[in-house]
Write a protein that binds this ligand. Structure first.
Ligand SMILES: [Ca+2]
Length: 592
């Protein structure tokens, strides 16, 4: 009897413990700089809901992320430097987090949380890199690095293509709100990686109206933003670009308000931790308190982000933390706040910030925070930054990095330079020069495998619709001998229904295409044509850098039997009736 009572007591204790664990909502914005919210001093933008979060919670004022999207996401999701996780690029597979990494969603899911991600994933499209394989039970959004259209776009829900409803940020928020309502009685972990104010600069009229004829009173400090093709930074200097970005930030703020209102209406605000941050510096020449660098740069302006934590009744109100902190700290911090004590699968690089959140006079050791992107490395201490070219700046006296003080501060300079060397030898060494991870087909985690043009190598005269692969398609297939190829790996033997998303002119009717992998092949002829125009331009508030989009139609090629293993997946033409074969967007393989 005593034993039974003890068992019952234990069961009820553990269920209470789970009940008491706070919900987590992690809101990540895309290309929103530190200066793009009103609370940080921007007088042209009004973000009352985000500002209110700073009054109701704790704001980390010196918070650093990576210079671009995928690395920051990897660091948030794993608590480790992105160079350890397999992420070295923003496209073509280099954005994938190695399967050996444990994600924050897996940590919370294992502890009894319902998990979901709604937004721009940007850490791998095919299982086992897809969000459904990384601990997120529900996913809605897109897996690429950017999307070509923000109004009613084609998105995916757990691997199935679906049509979005309305403006994408509002749509993602609606999904978040539904998830909160559905899971109000159980702890949940909700990740909302919004894809704005990343380009294309599309924003609903309601938010654009205020900015349309406005003259911005504060501006970026650069006379010209470098057109950095490695980061997607827009060199566009005309004022509509920053105005559209700020209008998008006001739209984000409105959506943040809707999430907070939902929590209040369900009396979940005291049971929910909300984190708000961005993934890199501003994607253009906008006001950012004069800080040096924009998106893609390892200088202060490229890597400093807003970071606010709310947890009503549970953490201090209106506290500002000036200690430096980083995206790698979020996983250990949220675990710590939720009381999850699981042992990490891999050694974390981040620290729990719990002490900084709660304590008044924290003894907190100075630390170095490293910013790395494409052979540029910068290191930040509490007071100094040693830039990529080893210029040293006092960030308290010279926040805009104007004066190199290395020769007058030899000791600090040497210590930070030494820290850089150690980091290069111990951490950066994990960044592999060659990626041997093929694109995976038919992994059992997901019924569908999307193989987009983005991941392909196009041969001969076939062209990509844009320099930036993410939402591009392949066009100009004028030579029948030209091919589209993917380095692929079939995860398990199986039969797959193959659908090609394409467009073509009328004269391509009767042309034939073939898909092959190792010894297997299927072919079919083009029986319908569809040749629409590209669109998106009509919604752009400022000229875009990425591909315009068009609607593609499905062509069912039939069923292919594939054997496990690595090989080359090849799409080729067998017969060409007109000037060109097809424009190609996507292959979808469905396991049957
Ligand atoms: Ca970004």
């Amino acid at each position: 009897m005593k034993k039974l009572l003890l068992v019952l007591l234990f069961i009820s204790c553990s269920s209470i413990e789970i009940e008491r664990r706070p919900n987590i909502i992690l809101i990540l914005t895309d290309d929103q700089g530190w200066g793009d919210i009103s609370v940080n001093g921007n007088k042209d933008v009004h973000t009352p809901n985000i500002d209110k979060m700073t009054l109701n919670g704790v704001r980390f004022d010196r918070f650093f992320v990576s210079p671009v999207c995928s690395p920051t996401r990897a660091e948030i999701l794993t608590g480790r430097h992105h160079v350890r996780t397999g992420v070295y690029d923003v496209s073509l597979g280099g954005e994938r987090i190695n399967v050996t990494e444990e994600t924050i969603a897996e940590v919370f899911k294992t502890s009894g949380y319902k998990t979901a991600a709604y937004g721009k994933w940007h850490n791998g499209m095919q299982a086992p890199y897809h969000p459904n394989s990384r601990g997120f039970e529900d996913f809605y959004g897109f897996c690429s690095g950017h999307w070509g259209n923000y109004f009613n776009p084609v998105l995916e829900k757990n691997g199935e293509l679906v049509k979005g409803t309305g403006f994408i940020t509002d749509d993602l928020t609606n999904h978040g709100i539904e998830f909160i309502k559905k899971n109000k009685d159980s702890p949940f972990f909700l990740y909302i990686p919004f894809n704005t104010p990343h380009s294309p600069m599309q924003v609903p009229e309601k938010f654009w109206t205020k900015f349309k004829d406005k003259k911005l009173t504060q501006k970026g400090t650069l006379s010209k933003v470098p057109d950095d093709k490695s980061s997607g930074t827009n060199s566009n200097e005309e004022e509509n670009h920053p105005k559209a970005a700020l209008a998008m930030c006001e739209n984000i703020d409105w959506n943040v308000g809707r999430i907070i209102q939902t929590l209040e209406s369900l009396a979940l605000d005291e049971k929910t931790i909300i984190v708000y941050l961005s993934d890199n510096g501003p994607n253009g020449n906008r006001w950012n308190a004069g800080m040096k660098g924009v998106k893609g740069s390892t200088d202060e302006g490229g890597v400093r982000s807003p970071m606010i934590i709310n947890w009503k009744g549970n953490i201090p109100k209106g506290k500002v933390v000036n200690k430096i902190a980083s995206a790698i700290d979020l996983l250990p911090t949220l675990k710590d706040l939720a009381g999850i004590e699981s042992i990490p699968k891999n050694k974390l690089d981040g620290l729990s910030l719990k002490q900084l959140i709660y304590d008044k006079n924290t003894k907190w050791a100075d630390r170095y925070i490293y910013s790395y992107w494409r052979e540029k490395l910068s290191v930040r201490s509490q007071n100094f930054r040693l830039g990529n070219k080893n210029n040293l700046y006092n960030m308290n006296e010279d926040p805009n990095q104007l004066k190199n003080i290395s020769s007058k501060n030899i000791e600090i300079f040497m210590a930070m330079k030494n820290a850089k060397n150690i980091w290069e030898n111990e951490v950066l060494i994990n960044l592999k020069s060659k990626d041997d991870r093929a694109f995976v087909i038919g992994h059992p985690d997901l019924k569908n495998t999307q193989i987009p043009a983005r991941d392909a190598k196009a041969n001969g005269l076939i062209k990509r619709s844009n320099y930036y692969p993410n939402c591009s398609y392949l066009t100009n297939w004028v030579n029948i001998e030209d091919t589209i190829i993917w380095d692929a790996e079939v995860a398990e033997d199986g039969k797959f229904e193959v659908v090609v998303y394409y467009t073509c002119a009328e004269d391509a009717l009767g042309s034939e295409i073939e898909l092959s992998f190792s010894g297997s092949r299927i072919s079919c002829s083009i029986a319908s044509y569809y040749n629409p125009d590209e669109y998106g331009k009509e919604n752009d508030r400022s000229p875009r850098i990425e591909s315009y989009v068009k609607d593609f139609i499905p062509l069912n090629m039939g069923v292919i039997a594939l054997k496990r293993g690595k090989g080359r997946l090849i799409l080729r033409g067998l017969k060409k009736t007109g000037k060109e074969l097809i424009d190609f967007r996507l292959l979808m393989l469905k396991r049957i």
